[in-house]
Design a protein around this ligand. Sequence first.
Ligand SMILES: *Cc1c(COP(=O)(O)O)cnc(C)c1O
Length: 376
Amino acid sequence: MIPFNRPPCTGDEEQYIKQALKNNKLSGDGPFGKKCQEWFETNLPSKKTLLTPSCTAALELAAVLIDVQPGDEVIMPSYTFVSTANAFVLRGARIVFVDIRPDTMNIDEKLIEAAVTPRTRAIVPVHYAGVACEMDTIMAIAERHNLCVIEDAAQGMMATYKGGALGTFGQISAYSFHETKNFTSGGEGGLLIINDEQYVQRAEIIREKGTNRSQFFRGMVDKYSWVDMGSSYLPSELQAAYLWGQLEWADTITQNRLSIWESYYSALNGLAQRERIEVPTIPAECQHNGHMFYIKVKDIAERTALLEHLKADGIYAVFHYIPLHTSPAGLRFSRFHGDDEYTTRESERLIRLPMWFGMEKETVNYIVNSVKRFFS
Ligand SMILES: *Cc1c(COP(=O)(O)O)cnc(C)c1O
């Protein structure tokens, strides 16, 4: 069976984990944790980055950080992972979904402003498949209405919008290092990215159980005490060591994924030309990162049939998000502003094909041939 994903591994992770074991420091913010954060702060670049146990944790931290209050509204697409919404629901916020664009599956930036009310606190764009949302438009709306922008860039590492790294546009952003993403810190992990200086100090406090431990260790305060609300949002040094084994290969991993993506694209473009399927659209201002190769078929019935056909050929392809506004928790915690013209319809047409770092070209060919046979 061809799996949908294999966790990325460069071969360097093991030696760094062994090194971390010898350092006698396994809790968070050890030498590898610091190296990883410095790498991101330099390369993104960003004012401050903090490793977290997951992207979910980074989003939760962000919601505490901007002081989301019960009854506040947060605007986001319904076509996203549950954590994008949960992070704010946990603070008592009401989620306001707006429709997506059918070309990129990202939030439709033209629909956001009409969904803004006096209660709106933040906009959360999700960069689906590592293809950027229309950030200039979104940042301008946020500025006009004095809203925070928190980018869910879980899938966005190494992708850019007008040359800037995803995660560097909003005041706060989050990456995921879950094993299904382009880079992993050993299965689970994430990163909080802070682009607005005013949030740096409090982010460190919330992440360290509401204490000023970080400042204490830097010698900035002489007492280490409980100063604010907080939780435990530090990953272990072993996770950072695993991630360090990948950051040195960031360009190689990305180039490899892009080349697999291009193989799929060129091999399936003929079917797209004949309008049997649709292949992804990449807007000119976006450089994606080969996170995902998806196709869209006619409807849910055709998708079910194609998934069965692929499975019979030993290929494990998958669909993706069930729109959150249609789910039981979505009915309780959210409303959909405007019409659901594309969210449900497009989500029902989408299939993700297997993709991982180091995937062999023969495997791509085998999958492509199976897809073509289905449509012949
Ligand atoms: C993967 C993902 C998350 C959650 O990431 P974790 O690191 O597993 O918590 C959140 N949002 C989006 C869009 C994702 O793709």
